[in-house]
Each structure stands twice: as structure tokens, then as C-alpha cells.
Design a binder for this molecule. Structure first.
Ligand SMILES: Nc1nc2c(ncn2[C@@H]2O[C@H](COP(=O)(O)OP(=O)(O)OP(=O)(O)O)[C@@H](O)[C@H]2O)c(=O)[nH]1
Ligand SMILES: [Mg+2]
Length: 286
């Protein structure tokens, strides 16, 4: 756990200018299809992986102070049954940025516990509305015989698997992440890009805990990033380590750079989705 590389394996300029540039990218982001008001990004992961904390962290960065709009913490999991979509605003009460972060109930390994793969599929297709109450034993189903297909703007444009880095050593077999694999397959069928957000990196390596700038020097963390990539079938370049804000009272440049880099990737992947969608339309003569 203590060994490290002689040079970082991903380059990050730990400078105020990097934080500023990333923040500007996110602020200036617009979906490439004009008729789409916002990119819809879905956060999926086990109970306590850090989904709500990620929204709170991004919201904090744009609020200029630590905020806690989404209910995060060691909750009784039965309480977190609703699907919530959150907007990030530039300053409290300011303009909403053109993306939504969808926060689901925790995944849980077993069937009939946590959000079901069927419900995630319905979210991907745009059927499930903000505030929907999940029932792990009874997935959402379409009323009667109406066969309504939601428009592109209601669908999910990027899926983010939120994985707690401190739980990765416990992942031993495909069964440990079969729900992730099933969701990835559903997303692939719909051409929705998938990436991984590796949270709690501060908990797994003492060097990183001491200074987040060591994130790409740590041998152990690199192994965990490769393991997440391998176990979930997502390429390494789409795995992003972060440390969410949890106990801090002030924003920190190092946390912001990692969080904003992951946010930038989500927006780029959403635009990749829009680009593919447009190409398919042109090819199919619409
Ligand atoms: N040290 C550290 N703690 C974190 C990090 N991310 C989340 N936490 C803590 O982990 C706990 C769970 O985080 P949540 O954001 O509530 O997790 P969640 O995925 O929303 O969980 P559910 O809504 O129950 O499914 C909270 O106490 C957070 O403060 C992180 O990157 N580092
Ligand atoms: Mg939560």
C-alpha cells in the first residue's frame, strides 16, 4: 500500500489555473444538440458509495462553499427510496447549469434489494420521473396498453458507476458486481456511455490521505483503478478517482481538480452520445 511510482502515471497540473479552466469548461458546457436543454447523467452505485456526496461536492464547488442539498451520510438505507434529479447552480439561487445529476437508491448485490436493474433500465429510457418512489420487489411498469416512448431529452445520456475504492479489495468474483454488468449491458444496448467514479481514494492509501496530489503516484491506487476497470469492463481511461467533500468546511483546490475532471468527462461523454445520435439520424435519413 505504501509503494509509489518514480513519476505520476497521469499528468495533473495542480494549479489554480487548472481548477479555473475546468470550472469554466463545466460552466460553458452546452449539449451539442440545440433542442436538448440539459445532459442527463445517472449516478449508480452501492449504498454508501458516495453518489449523493458527489452531487453535493460539485454543487459546493459552484456555490463557492460547502453545501449539503442531497441527503448524504450513513443513513438507514430504507429511507433513501426516491429517484432524485439535481441541478447545479452557479452561486446559490443563480443560473442552473445545463446538466442534471440523477441520484438513485443504492444498488445492493442481491435481487429484491436496492434498486433493480429493470428500474435502472426504465430510468435510462426516460420513463421514470423525478421523485419516483422505488419498490425493490416491484419494478416500474408502463400503465395499461399505452406504448409511449419518451423523447431524447428525457433519456439518460451518460451513466456513472460510483464505486467506493475501499470496498474494491472485497470484490472477488463476477457475482459481486453482476448488477453493474447487467446495467452496463443495458446501457450499451442504448448506446449510452458508461464511466466509473472511484470515491473514497483518501481512505485507501496513506500517501493520498496525506496529500491528494499523490493520487497518481500511488502504486496501490493504480492497481485499484485497473481492478475497477477490469471488474466492471470499463476502459481505464474512463475511471476517475475522486475524494468527495464530507467533513471539510472549506473548498480545496486538489479535491476540486479531481472532482471537476470527472465532471468534465461526464459532459464530454454526454456529447459523444449526442454526436452518435445525430450521426445515426443522418444515416437513417431523418
Ligand atoms: N472519506 C471520504 N468519505 C466519503 C467520500 N464519499 C462519500 N463519503 C462518505 O460516505 C458516506 C456515504 O456517502 P453518500 O454520499 O451518502 O453515499 P450514497 O451513495 O449516496 O449512499 P445511499 O444514498 O445510501 O445509497 C457519507 O458519510 C460520506 O460523507 C469520499 O470520497 N471520502
Ligand atoms: Mg445517497
Amino acid at each position: 500500500m505504501g509503494t509509489w511510482y518514480s513519476k505520476p502515471w497521469r499528468n495533473v497540473e495542480w494549479e489554480e489555473s487548472t481548477r479555473y479552466r475546468l470550472k469554466e469548461f463545466v460552466k460553458e458546457y452546452r449539449p451539442t444538440i440545440k433542442s436538448i436543454p440539459q445532459a442527463r447523467i445517472l449516478l449508480v452505485g452501492d449504498v454508501g458509495a458516495g453518489k449523493s456526496s458527489f452531487f453535493n461536492s460539485i454543487n459546493s464547488i459552484f456555490s463557492g462553499c460547502i453545501t449539503g442539498q442531497a441527503n448524504a451520510g450513513p443513513n438507514d438505507t430504507n429511507l433513501i427510496l426516491k429517484y432524485h434529479t439535481y441541478r447545479v447552480r452557479v452561486r446559490q439561487g443563480g443560473r442552473a447549469l445545463p446538466f442534471l445529476l440523477g441520484d438513485t437508491m443504492g444498488l445492493e448485490k442481491r435481487a429484491n434489494e436496492g434498486v433493480s436493474v429493470e428500474d435502472i433500465d426504465s430510468i435510462l429510457k426516460g420513463y421514470i420521473k423525478d421523485g419516483y418512489q422505488f419498490n425493490p420487489t416491484k419494478p416500474w411498469s408502463q400503465d395499461g396498453d399505452q406504448c409511449h416512448i419518451p423523447p431524447l431529452q428525457k433519456r439518460i445520456h451518460c451513466v456513472v458507476f460510483v464505486v467506493d475504492a475501499s470496498k474494491l479489495p472485497l470484490m472477488k468474483s463476477a457475482e459481486d458486481n453482476s448488477k453493474f454488468i447487467q446495467i452496463r449491458n443495458k446501457a450499451n444496448l442504448l448506446d449510452v456511455p458508461v464511466m466509473v467514479l472511484l470515491t473514497n481514494v483518501d481512505k485507501v492509501c496513506p500517501h493520498v490521505q496525506k496529500d491528494l496530489k499523490n493520487v497518481y503516484w500511488s502504486n496501490y491506487l493504480k492497481e485499484q483503478i485497473y481492478k475497477a476497470s477490469d471488474f466492471l469492463g470499463i476502459q481505464v481511461s474512463n475511471v476517475f478517482p475522486v475524494k468527495n467533500y464530507c467533513s471539510e468546511v472549506e473548498l480545496d483546490m486538489r479535491c476540486d481538480i479531481l472532482l471537476l475532471t470527472a465532471m468534465q468527462k461526464m459532459l464530454r461523454l454526454s456529447n459523444d452520445f449526442f454526436a452518435n445520435f445525430e450521426e445515426d439520424r443522418v444515416r437513417d435519413g431523418f
